[in-house]
Design a protein around this ligand. Structure first.
Ligand SMILES: [Fe+2]
Ligand SMILES: [Fe+2]
Length: 303
């Protein structure tokens, strides 16, 4: 089940001016449709049946269609198409379906987000999808045990940058040139320009929009997984995928020359095996990245 423990109270409230601007620009931007919230609520009951769960989702035709679209996408690649929600739950599993609801809702939201410069939306959205799919592929390849939360967390990890692009469009590119350098300096520039950074802003915003844990916690700490007090392995996985996705955008194939493992890898797996895992991981990276980028493009363009 998706954890619903109270959120860590280390999230900073954004400055009042930014909150006002957010209300004005995105106040009506519901991250989750009402039916999605209801479905996520009823699965908290351990006795909830598949039928009860899908009956709720079926009340929102668009949500049901979005979930099926994602279940049939490169994310799961079912051998035969999944054509109804009951089969979707049976095939994918209850737990993964909860994250499928979240991911389908967020993907649909991104199609509606109205950022004045389309390339900014495209760049951030492609980075989000690539990170999400890469996290999923790393999880499956190395059997890390996550069950869909890694995809949702990857999709939302930089949602704060999308919010900044929406709310302070005139400042955005001055502090975030979209150069795939998510360094501490980026967070410093965001803080100086707006009074917060994209990690705190999105953690606060997603929490207020009933996006359940572990997602807000991962968003908050994705630049410093070593500080995460909760969900540290998931945070580390997103940090690893994020760093690889950024390196690939900046360097392409050159990133594999003198490849250095992402710093968060040691929080994800035990590396004290004489470098064996790191060597296997480095070997897998190019094809994992190529696949993630190709699938990201396909999922973004799917109508
Ligand atoms: Fe980030
Ligand atoms: Fe990122």
């Amino acid at each position: 089940m998706i954890a619903t423990a109270p959120f860590v109270d280390t999230v900073l409230m954004p400055p009042a001016e930014l909150v006002q601007a957010l209300k004005k620009r995105v106040g009506q931007l519901q991250m989750l449709p009402a039916v999605a919230k209801e479905a996520l609520e009823i699965v908290k009951d351990p006795n909830c049946s598949i039928q009860e769960f899908t009956n709720v989702i079926k009340r929102d035709v668009k949500l049901g269609a979005d979930i099926l679209k994602m279940a049939n996408s490169a994310l799961y690649c079912p051998v035969t198409p999944i054509v109804d929600l009951n089969r979707c739950v049976m095939q994918i599993g209850f737990r993964e379906c909860q994250y499928l609801i979240l991911s389908a809702s967020v993907a649909s939201l991104m199609h509606r987000v109205n950022i004045s410069q389309e390339w900014i939306r495209e760049t951030l959205w492609r980075h989000s999808f690539t990170t999400a799919l890469l996290a999923t592929r790393i999880n499956r390849t190395f059997r890390l045990g996550f069950q869909g939360e890694e995809f949702t967390a990857g999709l939302l990890h930089d949602f704060g940058r999308i919010l900044f692009a929406l709310v302070v469009p005139e400042l955005f590119l001055k502090f975030d040139p979209l150069n795939f350098e998510e360094s501490p300096e980026l967070l410093d520039r965001e803080l100086e320009a707006t009074g917060t950074d994209h990690c705190h802003l999105a953690a606060w915003f997603t929490q207020g929009n009933q996006i359940p844990q572990p997602i807000p916690s991962v968003i908050l700490n994705h630049h410093q997984p070593e500080l995460a007090e909760q969900h540290q392995r998931l945070t580390a996985l997103i940090s690893v995928a994020d760093q690889l996705a950024n390196d690939w955008e900046r360097l392409g194939e050159r990133m594999m020359e003198d490849f250095v493992s992402p710093s968060a890898l040691s929080l994800l797996v035990n590396l004290e095996d004489g470098g064996q895992f790191e060597a296997t991981f480095a070997e897998a990276v190019p094809s994992l990245l190529n696949d993630a980028r190709r699938d990201a493009q396909e999922m973004m363009s799917a109508k």
